[in-house]
Design a protein around this ligand. Structure first.
Ligand code: SF4
Ligand code: SF4
Length: 417
């Protein structure tokens, strides 16, 4: 192995405590799917008792990187980090699978191409083509479980959010200036989240700059690909440097956690200074703006799903809940069981391991149902997509929204009342 994992690997005492916290072990019940099993395999790879092969590649791809094992490990073993390092070694030893390689090299690095894909998918959905294709059943005959993967696609807007709004959203006498990293899903799939961010911040006298930007790089980072990740990180740092802003806000937990990796990834102090300004939109509303709304009586029950990438950041668990509680009595917050359990989305895990991902999601679906909430919120567009799909799959009629959308709805209702 190229990386020296010895120090981290040695910390594992083989206690097996991680079994109780791993969503995949709960489904599979087999050692290679839990941190302890993977650590043992990594030790054998490190000692040259094993060589990378298809089976090992499959085992190391089967991890949500949810960090639940690391969070609960009595010895502080960062097993999710180890899995990512192992994937990096795997890429060095065997290269990336061809589809991933092409997506990373020829799509992620090009905003124009990403937008074209968005437009094509929107055309496919809105022109009636999707209905025809589904009706023929042809997708069921395609390889790689294409029919089920296609069904995950949410409704795509077709117009990139960043193309529909001003790059500088000025307000008179701004009390703060922020730069907004929109992430790909808000930009290409769910522009309503971006619109809500601008509405809420505009109402609170915050000037919002939306600079040129690229994908945060998480698909490549999670796959162990370094070159594309570094390219995207470098470009994003370049575009967000020298903007003279107080904060860099994000509505996506995954983008936020990826940005926080930039300093280590690029070994750059400058990146470290910049990422010090990064803040989740919920935390920004609660800790910086201290927003106070006057919601009207409506009494809609709402619950919250913790994205894995947000819950371990400062204020990551408390801020979204404080935001939601501040919307009472319009929305009555109710805590659900297993709120901080991974929903199974995990970037592209729901595409590469569809069945297993849906099994993980099923626990969340049951918890949402038991909460009796009419709306489930989250702060990660990727989790929102997964929850939407899994709830529909289980014929459960619960709306899924980003927390900022509810805040924007409340503001609108206030101005109308
Ligand atoms: S990773 Fe942590 S919890 Fe799991 S076996 Fe090792 S020491 Fe125990
Ligand atoms: S990161 Fe999550 S899925 Fe992966 S081994 Fe740890 S608990 Fe299991």
């Amino acid at each position: 192995m190229t990386n020296n994992y010895q120090e981290i690997l040695k910390k594992c005492s083989r206690c097996g405590g991680c079994q109780a916290h791993c969503p995949l072990y709960a489904e599979r019940g087999r050692e290679p799917y839990v941190a302890r099993g993977k650590i043992e395999l990594m030790e054998n790879l490190e000692a040259n008792n094993l060589e990378w092969n298809d089976k090992l590649a499959q085992i190391f791809s089967t991890c949500l990187l949810c960090g639940s094992c690391s969070e609960n490990c009595p010895n502080g073993v960062e097993a999710d980090k180890l899995v990512r390092l192992a994937r990096k070694d795997l890429v060095l030893a065997r290269g990336l699978p061809i589809i991933k390689k092409n997506v990373f090299q020829h799509l992620l690095k090009y905003n124009g191409r990403l937008k074209t894909v968005g437009k094509l998918l929107a055309f496919y959905q809105k022109s009636g083509l999707q209905k025809i294709v589904r009706g023929t059943g042809i997708l069921n005959l395609m390889p790689m479980d294409l029919a089920r993967k296609e069904s995950i696609l949410p409704s795509i807007s077709g117009r990139a959010f960043r193309d529909t709004v001003s790059a500088r959203n000025t307000v008179e006498n701004p009390k703060l200036k922020v730069a907004y990293f929109t992430g790909c899903i808000t930009n290409l799939v769910n522009p309503q989240v971006g619109i809500s961010v601008l509405e809420v911040l505009g109402t609170h006298n915050v000037e919002v700059i939306i600079p040129e930007q690229y994908c945060c790089g998480v698909p490549a980072l999670a796959s162990g690909e370094t070159e594309v990740t570094k390219f995207l990180a470098t470009e994003n740092i370049k575009y967000f440097t020298n903007l003279d802003v107080d904060y860099i806000i994000m509505d996506c937990a995954t983008c936020l956690s990826t940005w926080l990796e930039y300093p280590e990834l690029l070994e750059s102090e400058e990146a470290g200074k910049l990422t010090g300004k990064v803040i989740d939109i919920n935390r920004f509303l609660v800790e910086i703006l201290d927003i106070k709304l006057k919601p009207r009586e409506l009494g809609i029950m709402v619950t919250y799903h913790d994205p894995c990438h947000l819950k371990r950041t400062p204020g990551g668990k408390t801020s979204p809940r404080e935001v939601l509680k501040g919307l009472s009595p319009s929305y009555e917050f109710v805590e659900m069981e297993l709120a901080d359990r991974c929903c199974g989305s995990a970037g592209s895990f729901n595409l590469t391991h569809y069945e297993l991902s849906q099994k993980v999601a099923h626990h969340k679906v049951e918890a949402i149902k038991a909460s009796k909430a009419q709306i489930v919120t989250s702060s990660c567009p990727s989790c929102i997509m997964q929850l939407n799909h899994s709830l529909k799959n289980n014929n459960i009629d619960v709306e899924v929204k980003h927390t900022i959308e509810l805040v924007a709805d409340c503001l609108k209702a206030n101005s109308l009342s």
